[in-house]
Each structure stands twice: as structure tokens, then as C-alpha cells.
Design a binder for this molecule. Structure first.
Ligand code: SAM
Length: 277
């Protein structure tokens, strides 16, 4: 299995952007912390792996809400793991953060629980990756992760892109279905096929629908964030477009949608996926 292109991506400029924007990203994605861990807080003495943990928000939340639980965060991005380690040290959390490819990494001991917030959609061979992830779980263990539904259902990501579309050199071509990337798991049948093919049982896939508040107190700040993150950011980077060229159109659109408090809240759609080893 070759995840080289994703490993390069998350260790390059994109990884640096995620480091820079980690605090704002964590505020925006905070609803998913509860959605993933509220119902699965492990018992004392149990162990957990957070796959594609990034800067560690989910690991840190779990560690602070569970007593005497050992948490390991695994991610391919060295800069994000460095930040996760700093965050853990700052609060004395003692989480074990590791730079590794979760598709092939072997835990020293199988764990009780595997979790992920949007960190499992990037494997070149997802069936092999989820078989390896399952091998890191005890036979009694469970997994619970969040992944995005299709871009078309996620206005938080789609709206900034459509607002800037007329200023792009060419409309971005959507990746072929099932291509590794943030929206690769949009089709629940595909997710179920992957998990069944890698030996998981009692699979449940539940829709999560809600509004996400884009980071920033104003539409301008929200637009600046969306020029750094998500499909619009990818499109302007790939097409070599100066963000300043599209910023005005994005600010205007987000401004029109902003609430009385000046903040823009847009629809988000995800799957909460649960399975047993
Ligand atoms: C969308 S980010 C989510 C980060 C974090 N879970 C969060 O919610 O903030 C996806 C993460 O998956 C990581 N990732 C991608 N492929 C991976 C792999 N094969 N093994 C481990 N981590 C991977 C990336 O480096 C990145 O940090």
C-alpha cells in the first residue's frame, strides 16, 4: 500500500496550514468531539488509539474526560504531531503521539477503542488499512469515527468555493468517487463495503447534520480561514491564484449569510461510523 502522496501532502504546506489554523479548526469542528466520544468514554485501565489525530484535539478531549486511560494518537504529519505533543505537555496529559502511517503501523498491544475525527479517508488501499487498524484492536474492541458526507451536502466547504467559482481559471474537477481525500467516504455503501471487506462487524452508519460556525468574528475573518482550508483553498493553490483575487467575492457571500452576531453558520453533513472488531 502506498500512501506516499498523502504523506507528502500532510508534511508539506498543507500540514503547515493545519498547524497554523489548528486552534480555529478545533473550534469549528468541536461539535464532532462530542459526536465521537460522548457515548464511548472508556473505563479506567482501558486504551485508545486516535487515527489521523492531527494536532490532537480529540485525543486531548478524551484524555481529559476519562480517568486512567492510555491514549495514543497516530498521524503521518510530523508538524501536526509536534504541535499535538506540545499541547499534551502543556496540560500534562501524557498522551503518546506518534508519527506513523496508520494503514501499516502496528500497536505494541491491542487497544479497547479506536476513534478518529476525519482522519481515515486518506488511505490508498482502505480495505487493507482498515484490516490493519482492526488488528490493533482487542477482539472485544470497538471503533467510532466521523467522516464527511459528499461535498454537495457540506455548505461550509461548498459555499466559499461556489462564491469564488467565476474567478477561478477553470472550475475544479471533482475527484473520481472513492479517491482518497476529505470527501472519499461520502457514500455510506462504500464505507460499509470497506469495513465488511476488512472484517469488521456490527457496522452502523448514522447521519450527523448540523451547522458549523466558520471561525472568525466577522465574514472577512471567516473568508480568510476558508482561503486557507478546504476545497477553495485547494483550488486556488492548484491553479496558482492569489487569494486576494477571490477574497472579496467570498467575503460578500459569507457576509450575506452571516447572522446578527456577524458570524457565518453553514450546514455540515457527516457520517458517524461505529463497528466492532
Ligand atoms: C482532516 S485532518 C484531521 C485531523 C484531526 N483528526 C482533527 O480532527 O483535527 C486528517 C488527518 O489525517 C492524517 N492522515 C492522513 N493519512 C494518514 C495515514 N495514512 N495515517 C495516519 N494519519 C493520516 C493527516 O496527516 C491529517 O492530520
Amino acid at each position: 500500500m502506498d500512501n506516499t502522496s498523502q504523506i507528502e501532502y500532510w508534511n508539506g504546506p498543507a500540514g503547515q496550514k493545519w498547524v497554523r489554523d489548528a486552534d480555529r479548526m478545533d473550534v469549528m469542528l468541536s461539535p464532532f468531539v462530542d459526536a465521537i466520544i460522548a457515548s464511548v468514554v472508556p473505563r479506567p485501565g482501558q486504551s485508545v488509539i486516535d487515527i489521523g489525530c492531527g494536532a490532537g484535539a480529540l485525543s486531548l478531549n478524551l484524555s481529559s474526560s476519562a480517568v486512567n486511560v492510555s491514549v495514543t494518537g497516530v498521524d503521518v504529519s510530523a508538524p501536526l504531531i509536534e504541535l499535538a505533543k506540545k499541547r499534551s505537555a502543556a496540560v500534562g496529559a501524557g498522551i503518546n503521539f506518534i508519527v506513523a502511517d496508520a494503514a501499516v503501523w502496528k500497536a505494541a498491544e491491542p487497544v479497547d477503542l479506536i476513534i478518529s475525527r476525519f482522519g481515515v479517508m486518506f488511505f490508498s488501499d482502505p480495505v487493507a488499512a482498515f484490516a490493519n487498524i482492526r488488528a490493533n484492536l482487542k477482539p472485544t474492541g470497538r471503533m467510532r469515527f466521523a467522516c464527511w458526507r459528499p461535498l454537495q451536502e457540506n455548505a461550509w466547504a461548498l459555499t466559499p468555493l461556489t462564491a469564488a467559482m467565476h474567478l477561478l481559471k477553470t472550475p475544479p474537477t471533482p475527484p473520481p468517487p472513492e479517491t482518497p481525500g476529505p470527501f472519499a467516504f461520502g457514500d455510506a455503501d462504500y464505507v460499509r463495503r470497506i469495513l465488511m471487506g476488512s472484517g469488521w462487524s456490527n457496522i452502523t452508519i448514522t447521519p450527523w447534520d448540523g451547522d458549523l460556525a466558520l471561525p472568525g468574528a466577522t465574514a472577512e475573518e471567516a473568508a480568510e480561514f476558508m482561503l486557507e482550508m478546504g476545497p477553495l483553498s485547494r483550488a486556488i493553490t492548484e491553479q496558482g491564484i492569489d487569494p486576494a483575487v477571490v477574497k472579496g467575492a467570498v467575503v460578500a457571500k459569507l457576509q450575506a449569510l452571516a447572522g446578527e452576531d456577524g458570524r457565518t453558520r453553514l450546514k455540515a453533513a457527516a457520517w458517524i461510523v461505529e463497528a466492532e472488531a
